[in-house]
Design a protein around this ligand. Structure first.
Ligand code: NDP
Ligand code: X2W
Length: 345
């Protein structure tokens, strides 16, 4: 199948190219930039090497739809809402890494993203690509809204508890930390070296755009769930997200029971690994891979459950999950092109 990548000069885009290079059924037919067309990608990213690099092309929708089967958009919010309707009308399948098609209610998108929502009829065709839980819908999709990085770690961590009605509906608190690549490649004051090095910063308190995305999926699973508390922190590392999730159990449980539940919930999942009781994952254990590792504990003193969920934000949180979704949508093995161990140390 022929692939076009729009936004190939960003971190998500170049990570897509890393996976697609060895994908047995995908051929990257063209890569596109809004500002650097005509330039070889190796000029921007020397690590690719001159032999592997392609020349960036402008974003010409007619040309793209005439040649590509699937288009990946790795562009900032507000771009896909404009481009995707044109691409869909041109008959190509779309996988969007941005937040533009994740929230079904355009008014909620506009309130949190402060941007104009995509036209409703296209929005309603989008399938939320949380691969572990929406496989059936993804198989039939023509447009996939790839989940956000924090929502991926959070939702995979909460699914067994919420789906099995084990926690008090108003008790969910998510304390999440991200490496700096989560903010993309573009330069900003809050992400430059002397602002982030030897520093931990909380940001977007009660205002993070991933809050409605997480709540939408939790409500799909259990409509009694109440609004969540979700805090995000920037920490001085390049890749990785850790979401530490607290909730109050409805009844007395044990860590062993919870670990068993998580193992059963994810027994068919190739990319979710559950830690044994008393063990918790760290971000380095998933670095560069499509895994989500989860540890869970029950505190007998407080009746609270702690879930620790880690991913690589650029892989399971972006490009890796997008390839997983491509595979499911195209009817090929879900882990095609994604079968490798994390990089360690
Ligand atoms: N970084 C991460 O961990 C994650 C990111 N995402 C989402 O994925 C998307 C891409 O993120 P990321 O790669 O990190 O961001 P980057 O800032 O690294 O890259 C975004 C790319 O989009 C292109 N772009 C900018 N403006 C426009 C425009 N008006 N029209 C078309 N293209 C444009 C730019 O390339 P050029 O100027 O060459 O066109 C740029 O390289 C974002 O929506 C982000 O929120 C989702 C999950 C995780
Ligand atoms: C570290 C950092 O800044 N992370 C970004 C993640 C952005 C992102 O992935 O945005 P969408 O999913 O909404 O497209 C943030 O917290 O806003």
């Amino acid at each position: 199948m022929k692939i076009a990548v729009i936004g190939a000069t960003g971190y998500g885009g170049v990570e897509l190219l890393r996976f697609l290079q060895h994908h047995p059924y995908a051929e990257v037919h063209s890569i596109h930039s809004s500002s650097q067309d005509g330039i070889s990608l190796s000029e921007i990213y020397p690590h690719i090497g001159q032999n592997e690099a392609m020349i960036l092309e402008s974003i010409d929708v007619e040309q793209i739809t005439a040649t590509a089967d699937v288009v990946f958009l790795a562009t900032p919010p507000g771009v896909s809402s404009q481009l995707t309707p044109l691409l869909m009308d041109g008959g190509v399948k779309v996988i969007d890494l941005s937040g533009d098609f994740r929230i079904k209610d355009g008014r909620i998108y506009e309130a949190w993203y402060k941007k104009t929502a995509a036209p409703n009829r296209y929005l309603q065709k989008a399938v939320y690509g949380l691969a572990e839980w929406n496989k059936k819908e993804i198989e039939d999709a023509v447009m996939i809204a790839n989940p956000g990085c924090y929502p991926t770690a959070t939702l995979l961590g909460l699914a067994p508890l919420v789906q099995n009605d084990l926690i008090k509906e108003d008790s969910i608190i998510i304390d999440a930390k991200s490496g700096v690549s989560g903010a993309g490649r573009h330069v900003s004051l809050s992400t430059h070296f002397s602002e982030t090095n030897e520093n931990v910063k909380i940001y977007k308190v009660n205002e993070h755009q991933h809050i409605p995305e997480i709540e939408q999926m939790l409500w799909n699973w259990n409509e009694q769930i109440k609004p969540i508390t979700f805090s995000t922190h920037l920490i001085p590392m390049t890749r990785g997200i850790m979401a530490t999730i607290y909730s109050q159990a409805k009844k007395e449980l044990s860590t062993e029971m919870l670990v068993d539940l998580y193992k059963t919930s994810y027994e068919d999942s190739k990319f979710v690994r559950i830690c044994e009781p008393g063990n918790y994952p760290s971000t380095k254990e998933v670095y560069g891979s499509n895994y989500c590792d989860i540890g869970v504990a029950y505190d007998e003193r407080t009746g609270r459950i702690t879930v620790v969920s880690v991913i690589d934000n650029l892989v399971k949180g972006a490009a890796g999950q997008a390839i997983q979704n491509l595979n499911i949508m195209m009817g090929i093995e879900e882990d095609t092109g994604l079968q490798f161990m994390p990089i360690y140390p």
